[in-house]
Design a binder for this molecule. Sequence first.
Ligand SMILES: Nc1nc2c(ncn2[C@@H]2O[C@H](COP(=O)(O)OP(=O)(O)OP(=O)(O)O)[C@@H](O)[C@H]2O)c(=O)[nH]1
Ligand SMILES: [Mg+2]
Length: 244
Amino acid sequence: MSRKKTPRSKGASAPAASAPPAANGSRPARPIGPPPPARPSLGGGDFYNVAFKIMLVGDSGVGKTCLLVRFKDGAFLAGTFISTVGIDFRNKVLDVDGVKVKLQIWDTAGQERFRSVTHAYYRDAHALLLLYDVTNKASFDNIQAWLTEIHEYAQHNVALMLLGNKVDSAQERVVKREDGEKLAKEYGLPFMETSAKTGLNVDLAFTAIAKELKQRSMKAPSEPHFRLHDYVKREGQGTSCCRP
Ligand SMILES: Nc1nc2c(ncn2[C@@H]2O[C@H](COP(=O)(O)OP(=O)(O)OP(=O)(O)O)[C@@H](O)[C@H]2O)c(=O)[nH]1
Ligand SMILES: [Mg+2]
């Protein structure tokens, strides 16, 4: 990813997630206490108590769209790679410890030419999933540049997680798990390896972020503190392969 700087777009605006509570400090925090009554999502259908906006970012081809489709529909988009144009979103409601958490998940285009469009969406994101492809070294090397971009455009306390995708492709792997762990440690990020193809750790990645956001917005004083780092370390399924 070349790091050509693009102006902040004023044109694009995200459809509002229904009154998302403060996970990023940009809005007043919901008072501590029992979850608010469930309400229908914007499109009808699923009811939820709280709503959050999550963005998927990373180089083109790392598997952002496939990760979202795996999470939303439980399927894998094999075959021809159709690069995302601009930005797209899907909703999913999860039950997190008895609270209905609606995730509005924004799938961004990794291609440089859409960067100015996606910049406009960062500021409303409560969480970012930053992906690289374990079979593509350049996508891993670009993580630092993505973090610079995130720091420039996202809320300062946005929840962030690093994901190394495509671990099913053991033969083609060029980024070791330890390298991902080291980078994540350097930047203080929770880290997991995933596969949109097999589903490895996909639900876990979204559930972990949902738990973190729910905790930030409505933690009762008696509730034990949720630690995202510990949770993904404990729950994440390791990948046995160690190539190269
Ligand atoms: N083996 C394997 N292939 C994957 C996986 N995830 C995605 N792919 C493949 O990688 C290619 C790119 O996947 P996408 O999800 O479209 O990539 P993207 O990050 O959304 O790309 P942009 O929309 O251009 O930013 C497709 O051919 C997918 O089939 C995975 O976990 N394992
Ligand atoms: Mg895509």
